[in-house]
Structures are given as C-alpha cells and as structure tokens.
Design a protein around this ligand. Structure first.
Ligand code: ATP
Length: 881
C-alpha cells in the first residue's frame, strides 16, 4: 500500500484502509490493528544484554593483572593465595557488573519517558496519543512543529509545508497538497504524501496513515544503516586514559621493586607476588565505570525533578555551561496573556478603563472598535477545527476579550468564512487570512507593528477611511506601549471586489489600531537570574518580540539593571552575526544580554558566535524553527509541555514542567557530579599512592614488608572502595553555584589536585613507615606483628583520608563529606569487615593476621590519626586544595 499511495485517490485510499476520514478508526479496530501490525517504531539495535555487560567486566586491565597473579600462585602451588585471588576477581567482576547493569537500565527507562506524541482522530474524537500506537488507517492531524509520526497520504491541508531533510537530504521546505500524482512520481516529488521522521514547518493538515514502523520509508532506510554504537562518553574516555597511564607507571615501579628486592637477596616468589600486588593496588578499580554510574544516578535524580536528560554526556556538559540563551514568551514570562491596552485612531483604552470588560459593550456600535475585533477574531486560529491543542496564547486572549464584550465568534466566522491563510511565521511576524462576505473579499492581517504599518496607506476612522500620514507617530505609540512591557500587535484589513492572490494580501491595507497584551514575568525568574549571575553563567534573552517590551521585561527580571551600561537591546535587524565582524561589533554582541526582533536563523548564528568565542552554550527553545539552534548548542533544552515535537526530538534536555528554573537544578547536578567524580578519584589515587610508596620504601630499605599482597587486595576491595563510592554519592559542595563554570578542557586532576594527592598519600605512607619502624626497632616485635600493625594503621589512615577531601576553605567539622551519611556508613562497614576478618579464622589465615594487644592497638590508633592530623596541618597552611 505504501509504495503507490500517492497515485490513489483519497476516497479509494480511505476505502482500502476501511476508515471513515471524518471520524477515524474505531477504538476496537485501532486496537486490533496495533496487535496485527505491531508498534509504530523503528527497530533499533537491541540494548546491551546482561551477558555482554558481564563479559565486558573481564576485559579490564585490573582483571588481567589479577589473572596473572592467580595463575602464578597456582603454578607455585600456593593454593590459598590462588583461591583468594580468584575470589577477589569474582567480587570485582560482580560489583562492576551489577553497577553497570543498574546504570544501563536506568538510562534505558529514562529514554522511554520521552515519547513522541501525535494528534489522532479516533471514534470521532481527537486524541493525543503516543506515536508508537498509531496504526495504518489512522487519521492524523498535523500542525507546525509536529514530527510526522508515520507515512501518510494527505486528505486536507492549509498551506502545509514540510522539511524532509531527514529523509531526502533536501534542506528546503516542501509545499504539500492532496492532489493525486502519477504512479512513477519519485519520493522527493510526492507532494501529496508526508513521511515519518520529517517535520511540519507551516500550515495544518489531515492525513491517513499508510505505513507505520519499519514499513515506512525511513524505517526501510534506517534498518539498513542502524545507528552506530555510541562510543564512550568524554568523561569515561578521560578516566580510561588516566587509568592506563597509572597502570604503566605502576608496572615500571613494580619491576624496579622486584629487581631491587631480588638483588637484596629476598625471596623471588614473594617479590614477584609483591610486585603484582603493587600493580593491582595502584590500579584504581572501577575508575571508568564510576563516571557512568555517577552520571546515570544524576540522570535519575533529575528525572524525579522533571528534568529529562536524553544523553549521558549532557550531564557533564551542563556543569560546563557558561551561557544560557533563552526566549522570552513562556519561558521568562507566564505566557498567560490578556488584553491590556487598545489604541485606535482617536482613543486609547487602558485596562484601568475596563476593569469590567463588559463596560466596553457600548463600543459595539463604534465602527473602528468593531473592525479591530473583527480582525482579531477572523485572523485567528483559536477555536477552529482541531487547532485548540496548539493554542497561541495571544490568539486565545483575543477570542476571550471579544467574547467577554459580547461578540458571537461562531456567527462572525460563519458570516465571513475563511478561504485562505498566511499562517503566522516567526520570520515575517505577521498572519493574514482571506475571508468572503457574499461577493466581497476581505484580507485580515495582524502582526508586528513595524511590518504592518509598512503595508498600510490608509487608516479607518469613524468618518470613514482616511490617508495614513503619521506612520512615525504610530510607531512611536507602539514603542511606548511596548515600553510598558506589553506585547504589541497591529491590526489591518482591506476589502476587495476580486479575489486577491496571496502576493496582494499585504498591499494597500487599511490600518485599524494596536492592542497591547500583558504577559507578566514568572515570579521565580528573578531569583534564578541572580543564581546564574553568582554561578558565573550569563543569561541572554533572544526574542522575536519588540525591543522595548524585551527591555522592560529584562529589567523586571533583573537581567538588565536600571543603570546597566550594556542596557542597549540589540535589534535583530542591526546585527549580522554570521558575517565577519570587527572587534567593536564583536564586543557589542559579547556584552549584550538582550536581543530583540530576532529571526530563528539568527539564534543559530548566535550559538555559533558564542561557541567560536569559547563558550559552552545552553539554548532553550521550543519552536520548529529553533531545532537547528538547539542541535548546534552544546546543550539543547526544550520545554516538555509547550515544546514542539521537533524541538524535543533534537534537544539534549527536556524540562517536563516547562520551568526555566529547572535548568538551574540541571546545572547544579552537572557540577555536583563532576565534583563527586573528582572526590572519588582523588581519594582512590591518594590511597593507592600511599600503598605503593609504603611497599616501595619498605622493600628498598630492607624493612619488614608492611603490606602483603593479599592484604593489599583486601584493602582495595574494602577500605578503598566503600568510602570512594560514598564520595561519589555526595550532595555537592556548599556554594557550588557560587563558583564560575569549569572550562571543558580542564583535566579531571588539575596540578593542584595532583599535589594534594601526593601530600595525602605521603602522610599515610609516613604513618605506616613510622609504625613499622617503631614496632620493629623500638618495640622489637616479630615481623608478623609489625606487618599487622602497619596493615591496620594503613586501614585507619585510609578511612580517615576521606576527611581530607573537602576544600581547605570549608570547615573541617561541617562540610559535604561529614554531612554525607553514606560516608559514615562506608566507614562503619569497612571497620565491621575488618573486625570480622580479625575474628574469622579463614580470613585471618588469608590476611596473615595474628592477635594484637591493647597497647599495640592504641599505637595503631595514634599512628592512624597522625596521618589525618599531618595532612590537615599542611592543608590549613595552604599546601593542598
Ligand atoms: P520569544 O521568541 O521570546 O518567544 P515572541 O514569542 O514574542 O518571543 P514571536 O512569537 O516570534 O516571538 O513573535 C514576534 C512578534 O510577532 C510579536 O512581537 C508580534 O508582534 C508578532 N506575533 C506574535 N504572535 C502573532 C500571531 N499569532 N499573529 C500575528 N503576529 C504575531
């Protein structure tokens, strides 16, 4: 059916598909067809199966090194050690597996939350359904911004134009109409068909679905070229790099220790095992996976706050965002409009004059007043068939106003039926209709004042139509209405005897007047703007609206200060952002915070411009025309309720509650996650560094080994990993939104952090070597007891090391680590495990533990805490971050 649908007449096609084009399919029939044809979705590559995730855990350098250690142990018939290492391998693999599985699954379920929706006629009613539930034979209704949900044949249309680049590669929009075409018409020329995956850019239409899912044209193409596998996200890549670098470094160090130990006459096997254990100790297990887990956790947390992140890496980019471009209407303002002011040739009516709108009823006999209402009602899509869903609040306000005064909308529309329409377009900023009244035709038009006034040469007055001489005065009046923060629309019309063609709609019009609409700023925006200012993020308003309206609203929300030197609002017509600019012009754009009368293409240019100037740009948009800019921005943000399907499709972030303030949550989360990952990495690396240096120093200086290979493995699985994971769950630093954004090329570990890692690590090493020397030389204890004391000191010092992580500028007692209950839980758990190990004979054997005296434990405690005290002293003196 799909292949030749364009060549079949509308009545034939609806008969073949057994559907009533007025009422659509019945609910029962739709249900039956859904189970027969299946869901209307493209078959994507299956998500990673659990088996693959499990197997991938083995493909890790940590496991390779452990595997070699295990084989060596078995070869040397050290059964106990061999099995112990095997258990460690299994535990490492299982922890990695469950964590990754959980992360992958939660990302998948989030993806399912963003479903494309479509308007479908079923059982005589319009339904807003998930596109997946559309079946062949369904009657779909299309409006600007809709993503076409399936292949369909047009039945009716009004100025429909579609962008089909996704299917044909053609970037220009294609005008559509339902006329039947010859069978041999190529796909790109099938103007009576609309195709899944393409976007409505103008007009409205009804169409009957001819194919769904993989039967659609895009389905057939995409089953050939399936979406390539997603590569690792940038953060994961960087962590992998770090991991590889550390492995190389440790292997070299391990080799040096083995060789020098051997030369000192130590047991070769013990030295080899120590070397391998050292290598394992230094490799930060789970370093790369922790990024995925942290990012996925962030996504889930945000989804509970009605912010849907579509791509994992977006969480990271959010933390780097330093410019947020936003539109005005509906994002910064309520988008609840009401008529606030009317300006006609001889009078100005302000809302104070009509607190009770019905008091305006007397004006119904006034020709000029009646004319403006006539234009407002007839050049208006609200209330007409099926379009209520995409309500334009300015048009709703006009209908509401007319009805309250007592005009009968239906009667007016029946009296002057609409023949043709130029739909509102953000570029032209006008809308026009052609209506008929018996044998006379009337063009009604409304839009931006500077455009409408250009088309007019006369004005309606009570004495009849007169020449329009004072255009400048009208423009000034428009500015003054706008400077009250009102949105301004101008209205005009013309009567003609002959039916004009579309190009004549805008010629020789009669000016009627202006209406100002009140659309107050949202109450929470002021605070949000302030938060962004503190966070070093610049908010830029890009609006299609009048410069004076934009300025007033910007002032009200605190985007522009009363005495702002950059108060200048840039007018879209005066900037040519895509061209080569001199530095003066560049600075003008870089300093501006408000751009008015901008067309959608300029939004894209501005994103490009900011990116060229090293900014990470977040762009908020909702119209179909915003899609390119949303895609180009580093973070595209679409509104869940108000946004068109096209905008939601390309966005990285969807604000389900349409609240601008939610972007703040998302950015805070992005910053927090990066901070947590940093904490995690710094903690792990400093612990591992301490282990390596302690063993290296001891073996090179011929001291008893403070750590045995299995002890190191045990440490890494217990004392390192739990506190590290707890750090990854932190709620973020206080004042995280008071710092400037991170630059994208800033490494995870900066120079200062490397210094901190070394200092934390060396303090721990000092405590361990200190206790070894003290126990060996002063207390003169056996090698086993010396080793045990060093081991326990290390455990304690590593656990205390979490308290070194917060910045030196925050209080030691009250900070993001001490208030993180996970951290306390992790410390408790680690101590409990140590206690169990101490008392369980098998573990005691594996870890070569022996019974220690109270005095020995006191010494362990003192040395353990001394590492923390030492680090804190250095920290407070400014030696670390
Ligand atoms: P933003 O881009 O911040 O959302 P906006 O919604 O005011 O701003 P547009 O919707 O592009 O931007 O409107 C720009 C101008 O077009 C308005 O100032 C108004 O003059 C005119 N306009 C808006 N809606 C209509 C409409 N339905 N019919 C005719 N003209 C309109």
């Amino acid at each position: 059916m799909n292949k030749d649908s364009h060549a079949i007449s509308i009545s034939d096609i609806t008969t073949r598909l057994h559907v009533d084009p007025q009422k659509g399919l019945t609910y029962d029939e739709a249900k039956k067809r859904l189970s027969y044809y299946g869901e209307n979705k493209l078959k994507h590559k299956r998500a990673k199966s659990s088996w693959i995730i499990l197997l991938e855990q083995f493909l890790d350098p940590v496991i390779y090194v452990l595997g070699i250690a295990m084989i060596l142990a078995f070869v040397f018939t050290e059964w106990l050690e061999g099995f112990a290492v095997l258990v460690v391998i299994l535990i490492t693999v299982l922890i990695g597996f469950f964590m990754e599985l959980q992360a992958v699954r939660s990302i998948e379920s989030l993806r399912k939350m963003v479903q494309t929706m479509a308007n479908v006629m079923r059982g005589g009613n319009i339904q807003h359904l998930k596109s997946n539930h559309i079946v062949p034979g369904d009657i779909i209704l299309l409006a600007p911004g809709d993503l076409i949900p399936a292949d369909a044949r047009l039945i009716w249309h009004q100025s429909l134009a579609v962008k089909e680049a996704a299917l044909t590669g053609e970037s220009n929009q294609v005008d559509k109409n339902p006329k039947t075409l010859p069978i041999q018409t190529s796909l790109a020329e099938q103007t009576n068909m609309v195709f899944k995956g393409t976007v409505v850019v103008r007009g409205n239409a009804r169409a009957v679905v001819t194919a769904t899912g993989n039967q659609t044209h895009i389905g057939q193409i995409s089953s050939l070229t399936q979406e390539a596998d997603k590569s690792r996200n940038p953060l994961e890549k960087r962590l992998h790099q770090l991991s590889r670098w550390l492995i190389g470094f440790t292997l070299i160090l391990a080799l040096i220790i083995v060789v020098s130990g051997y030369l000192q006459g130590k047991d070769l096997f013990l030295m080899m095992k120590t070397g391998i254990a050292l290598a394992v100790a230094a490799i930060p297990e789970g370093l790369p996976i922790v990024a995925t887990i942290a990012l996925a956790k962030g996504m889930v947390k945000l989804s509970k706050q009605k912010v849907i992140i579509k791509k994992l890496e977006a969480v990271q980019t959010l933390g780097e965002t330093n410019i947020i471009c936003t539109d005005k209407t509906g994002t910064l303002t309520e988008n609840k409009m009401s008529v606030h002011e009317l300006v006609l040739h001889d009078r100005i009516l302000k809302s104070a004059d009509f607190i009770d709108i019905t008091s305006l009823r007397d004006l119904k006999s006034n020709d000029v007043f009646t004319k403006i209402i006539e234009v407002a009602v007839l050049c208006n899509n609200m209330g007409s068939q099926g379009k209520e869903m995409n309500g334009d609040s300015i048009e709703i306000a006009l209908i509401d106003f007319a009805e309250k005064i007592g005009y009968d909308i239906v009667k007016l529309r029946n009296q002057y039926p609409e023949l043709e329409e130029i739909p509102f377009d953000a570029e032209q900023k006008i809308m026009a209709t052609l209506n008929q009244n018996k044998d006379q035709y009337t063009v009604y038009i409304k839009g931006a004042i500077e455009n409408i006034i250009e088309f007019c040469d006369t004005i309606i007055t009570e004495e009849g139509v007169r020449p329009l001489k004072d255009k400048e005065k009208w423009l000034a009046t428009g500015n003054s209405v706008a400077s009250e923060g009102l949105r301004v629309l101008a209205f005009a019309y013309k009567d003609t005897e002959n039916r004009p063609n579309i190009s004549e709609f805008t010629k020789k019009l009669v000016f009627v007047g202006l209406i100002g609409f009140l659309d107050p700023p949202r109450s929470d925006i002021k605070q949000a703007i302030k938060t962004y200012k503190d966070a070093g993020i610049k908010v830029v308003m890009i609006t299609g609206d009048h410069p004076d309206t934009a300025r007033k609203i910007a002032e009200e929300i605190g985007l522009l200060n009363k005495d702002d030197v950059n108060k200048k609002v840039i007018h879209g017509r005066t900037v040519h952002i895509s061209e080569k600019l001199d530095s003066k012009e560049e600075n003008k754009i870089l300093n501006a915070k408000v751009f008015a009368r901008m067309i959608p293409k300029q939004k894209l240019d501005l994103v490009n411009f900011y990116q060229k100037h090293n900014s990470v740009v977040g762009m908020i948009g909702d119209g179909v025309n915003d899609a390119p800019a949303l895609k180009k921005a580093d973070i595209g943000i679409a509104m869940g309720i108000r946004g068109t399907e096209a905008a939601k499709e390309v966005a990285d972030v969807i604000l389900m509650d349409d609240q601008f303030t939610s972007t703040e949550l998302a950015i805070r989360q992005g910053r927090t996650i990066f901070g947590n990952i940093r904490h995690f990495v710094v903690y792990l690396l400093s612990c591992n560094f301490a282990e390596i240096i302690a063993v290296a120093v001891a073996s090179l200086s011929n001291l008893p080994l403070p750590l045995l290979p299995l002890q190191i493995l045990f440490l890494n699985l217990v004392t390192d990993i739990f506190p590290a994971l707890a750090l990854g769950m932190g709620r973020g630093q206080d004042g995280i939104m008071k710092q400037p954004p991170r630059t994208p090329d800033e490494p995870i570990i900066t120079k200062k952090l490397w210094i901190s890692i070394i200092i934390y690590g060396l303090s721990i090493t000092l405590a361990v070597i200190g206790v070894t020397v003290y126990a060996h030389f002063v207390m003169d204890l056996s090698a086993k007891v010396v080793n045990n004391m060093a081991f326990f000191t290390l455990v304690l010092a590593q656990l205390f090391n979490v308290f070194n992580i917060p910045h030196r500028h925050v209080s030691f007692f009250k900070n993001e680590v001490t208030t993180n209950l996970w951290v306390w839980g992790a410390i408790g758990l680690s101590l409990l495990i140590m206690l169990i190990a101490y008392y369980i004979p098998l573990l005691e054997l594996v870890l070569s533990l022996t019974t220690l005296s109270k005095e020995q434990f006191t010494i362990i405690g003192l040395f353990g805490i001394s590492a923390l005290v030492l680090t804190q002293i250095i920290k407070r003196l400014g030696g670390t971050i």
